[in-house]
Design a protein around this ligand. Sequence first.
Ligand SMILES: NC(=O)c1ccc[n+]([C@@H]2O[C@H](COP(=O)([O-])OP(=O)(O)OC[C@H]3O[C@@H](n4cnc5c(N)ncnc54)[C@H](OP(=O)(O)O)[C@@H]3O)[C@@H](O)[C@H]2O)c1
Length: 277
Amino acid sequence: MISHKNIVVTGASSGIGKSIMEELLKQEGNRILAACRRAEAITGYGDNVIPFSCDLSTKEGVDALFKKAEEVFDEHIDLYFCNAGAPYYERFDYEDWDRIKHLFELNTISHIYTYSKYLHHLNGREGRLIYTISAMGEMALPGYALYAATKFAMKGFQQAVRDEAPENLQISCVYPVSTRTNFFNVGTGGRKLTPPFPVQAPEKVGKAVVKGVNKLKEHIYPCPVYLPSKYLMSVVPPVKTLYVKAQKGKLHRFVKRLEEEKRGVIEDIKLKHELRK
Ligand SMILES: NC(=O)c1ccc[n+]([C@@H]2O[C@H](COP(=O)([O-])OP(=O)(O)OC[C@H]3O[C@@H](n4cnc5c(N)ncnc54)[C@H](OP(=O)(O)O)[C@@H]3O)[C@@H](O)[C@H]2O)c1
């Protein structure tokens, strides 16, 4: 049972992080340092939740979060949920170094840097680090090339450090499927998109995560049909082909809509120009 613990949850203002936090608050005595960029959105939880604003895609943001945690928790972080992250939903066909860098900074570099910070913070004491990876860290889909790359990187990282980490540090990784959060809004710039099937509620994911962490599970799969589906796709490849084809069609329609939107703006500008003549 996770109770009377000092816990950091990143990405706590919304979606999966928020649900994890609410699940942890059901147990007695847990204190949570709840981090995201707009911590003013975290209200109504009482004294056991300390909202903290920081940009976790930067070294300064991660350092500031550790500094704050060491202040408010009297030096010891028992559990650290490294969850904040975001996608892009797009056709990957552009040359934009900064865009690529940003997603890796948020979803990968920040999480890897957190591992070292936490290891040093623990200095031999017991601790638990929980990474929200993604089903997309095991199976990439069209539209999520860059996002999947950031998550595959985390899958590789955890695999190696698991065998390097000292015994005082326990690592758990979570692989959610599509979850009804702000994620798809962020990834599409607020455009309509049907997420890849199956889709879960964030509350279910939060519950499964805390249950898995309680049981000291190394890998947590919140969706019960994910592993059987993955197995089915490996033994009956046409199932995977059909599934990927559906995602490919969705991306094609999304890109077409974007192009129409852009054309609309260009035509609008042309029209204004004509009217000014
Ligand atoms: N939803 C899914 O389908 C799904 C599936 C698999 C894995 N995941 C993973 O689950 C994790 C949580 O995503 P979610 O679905 O819960 O999405 P979400 O509802 O958009 O929540 C993302 C959280 O991260 C915070 N955040 C974003 N950028 C940040 C930054 N630069 N610095 C600090 N905090 C930042 C957001 O708050 P602010 O905007 O205030 O910063 C928010 O609290 C991510 O790692 C995501 O990759 C999601």
